[in-house]
Design a protein around this ligand. Structure first.
Ligand code: C2E
Ligand code: MG
Ligand code: MG
Length: 704
């Protein structure tokens, strides 16, 4: 573009056709928001032409500027920027390039304005280099940009310095942005390391990964989440609680772009809350649950007992000598005693049970999952023994007794209040009875408990005095030849008469007397076997019963090995009878024990097969040699098709697994014939022989 110096000269020089074009150009140039110019490339930028825009831009008339009449462009240029502008334009002129430079000018009235000057050096009509260009006011844009930058800076400051964590994440669990506070809360050195380390938020961050899923669901359903509390892992593995507020950021089409939100560390508040809850639900002195929490636990216990068909046992405990100690030794000693008793009680119960303190010297036990009153009795006996152990207070030993009152759900009450009331009533009965004992609310149970207690005492004495007998029931092959015998414990008590093993074995199991009892019986049985097998070419096998309880504690294998050694009896002449209950507890441990018994060389028999939860899988997995079909599957075999069917199936199962199949409880010829026909290997029962004393069996064997 080339600008013409004045209107008059132009009119005189141009033809009519060109005139219109020039005027359009002129109008255009003079109406532009800004100043078009042509100037010399000299020290003052002497203007040859400036457009009308000059006035608005600078406050000077074009005539004041052209040919430096009153002012030069160099003067108008802000003094601080003159050198910079000149250098910029100079470089462009040398390179034959367009230029664009931004700087400040000083207007006639002394105001500063930001301008952009764009131009190019061209030769004029005479061939002299001039600069043509356009200068416009960009003060407003500059200010807007600056304001924007300011705003951006302010937001960035908030982002960088906020005490809350701020994040942007993708819905699939990666970070797009994180601020320093978030990095600090999560324990990372910087936002960058946080973003780089976490690429699966759900699994790496949340303690419960399902939390992230819930977060996403809420986001999708509501577009936001408020005060969403979760437990998370910090980088060092420590757990903290956070609260999140977040929303979805969408594009104009409504598609989710990312999630954006804030995070607060609320661990302290959670901690405080938990502490408050603890204080509200626990007794401060002992740390045990208090009456409020106990109420909850009873309700839960009732629901569970109702579902599983177990008893729920509520035991009210009142210490017998507490008041005396508190009054005579002072509260310090009283507190110590209560804490000591709380500890002992905790050790008497399982983790699923509850020990609570109601205040004073009143404690309550809540026992779950008993399905017999007899096991409750054993446990309460242990509680009494524990409490009765001497307590050291102020340098002296004291003996504290307790009175226990017992109520059982469902018989003694169907809700928390009536169970506690009845346990309390029973506790007073215990106190009246002379302390240090327990009483059931139901009197029939008290009679049973008494009997049991008497029996237990008698059992202890009988073991001490070795008053047990062992009888032997022979086992026969299909041709009625004796191949072995089973040792069965016999106990005759002067007062109670003959007590059946079905009655005393469970008591022995529950009171821990089973080991000494079994030891006594094995000793006798092994000695008898040694005696009978001395002169036999085919030895008889001695079967003994092993309680499943023995599998749980101590080293029963080593113990049996010792007894075999002591009797000088080869392990191969012994069969150990176990029941399926062995596998109901710690199955793996049971297998290990059985494997070690096999290594010892004894034979293993599954007793009472068909009565338990008989499962094929353990028959395959466990190193069993013998299956003893339970009496209940033999009784009625000769006339009940269903029983016969089951027995047939069990026998063929045993055969296909290559086990020796033994039938027990064979009482008549028809049963014997049926079982023999089905392929049973051995037979035991009253038809063939009752259990006999050692002398009687010796006579039978001698008779051939
Ligand atoms: P078990 O091991 O299944 O023993 C067989 C039981 O059936 C014995 O009862 C035996 O006398 C009885 N019996 C045998 N043949 C017949 C029959 O033809 N008809 C009937 N009606 N009964 C028959 P017992 O001696 O009363 O023993 C009962 C249970 O006590 C035994 O069942 C066993 O589980 C346990 N037991 C006995 N002695 C011991 C022992 O020393 N240790 C352990 N842990 N348990 C023992
Ligand atoms: Mg047996
Ligand atoms: Mg049996």
């Amino acid at each position: 573009m080339s600008f013409l110096p004045t209107r008059s000269r132009r009119t005189s020089l141009l033809s009519a056709g060109e005139l219109d074009r020039a005027r359009v150009l002129d109008t255009l140039v003079n109406n532009l928001d800004g100043m078009a110019y042509r100037c010399r490339n000299d020290a003052s930028w002497r203007m040859i032409f400036v457009s009308q825009g000059c006035l608005i831009l600078t406050g000077y008339q074009p005539t004041e500027l052209v040919e430096n009449t009153t002012i030069t462009w160099e003067d108008i240029t802000h003094p601080e920027e003159r050198a910079y502008v000149r250098a910029h334009i100079h470089a462009a002129v040398l390179g034959g390039q367009r230029f664009s430079v931004q700087y400040r000018i000083v207007t006639k009235s002394g105001h500063l304005k930001w301008v952009v000057e764009r131009g190019i050096a061209v030769p004029d009509e005479m061939g002299e280099v001039v600069i043509e260009g356009f200068i416009e006011d960009v003060t407003n844009q500059r200010e807007m940009l600056e304001a924007l930058e300011q705003a951006e800076l302010r937001y960035r400051n908030i982002f960088e310095h906020a005490s809350e964590g701020i994040f942007q994440t993708t819905p699939d669990g990666r970070y797009l942005a994180a601020n320093p506070a978030l990095a600090r809360i999560y324990g990372y050195a910087s936002p960058a390391t946080l973003i780089a380390s976490l690429d699966d938020i759900g699994r790496q961050l949340y303690v419960r990964p399902s939390q992230r899923e819930r977060f996403r669901q809420l986001m999708e359903q509501q577009g936001e989440v408020l005060n969403f509390e979760s437990e998370i892992y910090r980088q060092d593995g420590a757990r903290i609680w956070i609260s999140e507020n977040a929303h979805i950021v969408r594009d104009t089409a409504g598609e989710t772009l990312y999630y954006e939100g804030t995070v607060q560390d609320i661990s302290e508040r959670r901690h405080y809350q938990e502490q408050l809850e603890r204080q509200a639900n626990h007794d401060m002195l002992t740390g045990l649950p208090n009456r409020i929490l106990l109420g909850d636990r009873v309700e839960q216990g009732i629901a569970r007992a109702a579902r599983l068909g177990y008893y729920l046992t509520v035991v009210f405990i009142d210490l017998d000598n507490f008041k005396f100690i508190n009054d005579s030794l002072g509260h310090g000693a009283g507190d110590k005693l209560l804490r000591e008793i709380a500890d002992r009680l905790k050790h008497c119960v399982r983790t699923s049970d509850t020990v609570a303190r109601l205040g004073g010297d009143e404690f309550v036990l809540l026992l779950n999952d008993h399905f017999r009153a007899s096991t409750v009795m054993s446990q309460l006996q242990r509680v009494l023994t524990e409490i009765a152990r001497p307590v050291l207070l102020s340098g002296r030993e004291f003996h504290i007794g307790a009175s226990l009152g017992v109520a059982l759900y469902p018989a003694d009450g169907e809700d928390s209040a009536s169970l506690l009331k009845h346990a309390d009533v029973a506790m007073y009965a215990a106190k009246n009875r002379g302390r240090n004992n327990f009483q059931f609310f139901t009197s029939a149970l008290n009679r049973e408990a008494d009997e049991r207690l008497n029996l237990e005492t008698a059992l202890r004495l009988a073991i001490e005095h070795d008053e047990f007998e062992v009888h032997y029931q022979p086992k026969f092959d299909h041709r009625r030849r004796i191949v072995g015998m089973e040792a069965l414990a016999r106990w005759f008590h002067p007062e109670y008469g003959a007590v059946s093993p079905d009655r005393f074995i469970p008591i022995a199991e529950e009171t821990g007397l089973i080991l000494p009892l079994t030891t006594a019986i094995l000793r006798r049985a092994f000695a008898a076997a040694h005696h009978w097998n001395r002169q036999r070419t085919t030895p008889l096998r001695m079967a003994v019963n092993l309680s499943p309880r023995l599998f749980l504690s101590g080293d029963i294998v080593a113990h049996v090995a010792e007894l075999l050694d002591e009797a000088q009896l080869p392990a191969a002449q012994v069969e150990l009878e176990i029941t399926e209950t062995v596998f109901m507890g710690d199955g793996d441990r049971a297998i290990t024990t059985l494997d070690r018994f096999k290594d010892l060389g004894v034979n293993l028999a599954m007793d009472d097969f068909g009565t338990g939860y008989s499962s094929l899988s353990y028959l395959r997995r466990f190193p069993l040699d013998i299956i003893k079909i339970d009496r209940s599957l033999v009784t009625g075999i000769e006339h009940e098709e269903e029983v016969a069917m089951i027995a047939r199936a069990v026998i063929s199962l045993g055969q296909s697994l290559r086990k020796t199949v033994v039938a027990e409880g064979v009482e008549n010829q028809a049963q014997f014939d049926f079982l023999r026909y089905q392929g049973c290997h051995e037979f035991q029962g009253y038809l063939l022989s009752r259990p006999l004393s050692q002398e009687a069996l010796t006579r039978l064997l001698d008779a051939g």
